[in-house]
Write a protein that binds this ligand. Structure first.
Ligand code: UDP
Length: 242
């Protein structure tokens, strides 16, 4: 479906995992397929940025990361079953990777965080192969980072660089990375490393994860200005549909 003209795929976690498993098991696929996990802020960014919108349009999968997406889908008459967030997708794919032998690379976040996230994942999913980690502040050594990722021969590259940088970077280097699948996962390594706490389950169920994130890091308030604009635009779109 489209929300404010931006693509979001109506599929639940199970269907997303099935689609990605099929892709990862397909022989011979060379160029990176991309997954975008999109939230209301991402919709507003893509709406204003033709380059990002095109990447979203061409992605393998665009999942609903955020209750604001479910809210809009419901308002626009196409309710979705559940969110498919970056962190849930990362955890589920890591579990599957441990079973199936897929190789994982973690790129992003401040120095040391990707390593801590890797240790946490390996502890949760014994047998998981994390074939490389790199922090996300590499602009002055980009060629070496690209070379390192290519050499690691990973199947899945998780890029935790923040939106839209992670989406644009994955897209720009899709032929050089030598990975089958690239997923932008924002602040997920910080959550896995334990430096940022995810909202308790009750807050998640009450659809208040966004409020938890705002309260735990008030410096983010500026980013939340996009939300009332998003809500107004969705309600306007709903009136036009009627
Ligand atoms: N980050 C990075 N390189 C950069 C800018 C940001 O690795 O040049 C990391 C940052 O350290 C954080 C993540 O990207 O771990 C962005 O997290 P945030 O929660 O802001 O992203 P969102 O999920 O909202 O896109």
């Amino acid at each position: 479906m489209k929300i404010l003209g931006i693509r979001v795929d109506e599929l639940d976690m199970q269907a997303a995992l099935e689609q990605l498993t099929k892709l990862l098991e397909q022989p011979g696929q060379k160029e990176l397929a991309q997954v975008v996990t999109i939230n209301p802020e991402g919709i507003m960014l893509a709406k204003a940025d033709p380059e990002l919108r095109k990447i979203v349009e061409q992605a393998e999968l665009v999942t609903a990361d955020g209750t604001g997406i479910l809210w809009a889908a419901e308002k626009l008459g196409k309710p979705m079953k559940e969110r498919v967030t970056g962190i849930d997708l990362l955890e589920k794919l890591a579990g599957l990777a441990a079973e199936k032998g897929w190789r994982i690379y973690l790129l992003g976040a401040k120095p040391g965080i990707a390593e801590q996230a890797a240790a946490e994942l390996c502890c949760r999913y014994p047998g998981l192969q994390i074939v490389g980690t790199e922090n996300g502040y590499f602009r002055d050594r980009e060629a070496a980072v690209l070379e390192g990722i290519h050499r690691a021969e990973a199947d899945i590259l998780f890029a935790a660089l923040g939106m839209p940088f992670q989406e644009k970077w994955l897209h720009q280097h899709r032929s050089e990375l030598g990975c089958r699948l690239g997923i932008g996962v924002g602040g997920c390594f910080d959550v896995l490393a334990g430096t940022v706490k995810r909202a308790p389950l009750l807050w998640q169920r009450l659809r208040l994860e966004w409020l938890w994130r705002l309260l735990s890091d008030p410096k983010r308030w500026r980013r939340y200005l996009a939300i009332p604009r998003y809500m107004r635009a969705v309600l306007r779109e709903k009136r036009q549909i009627r």
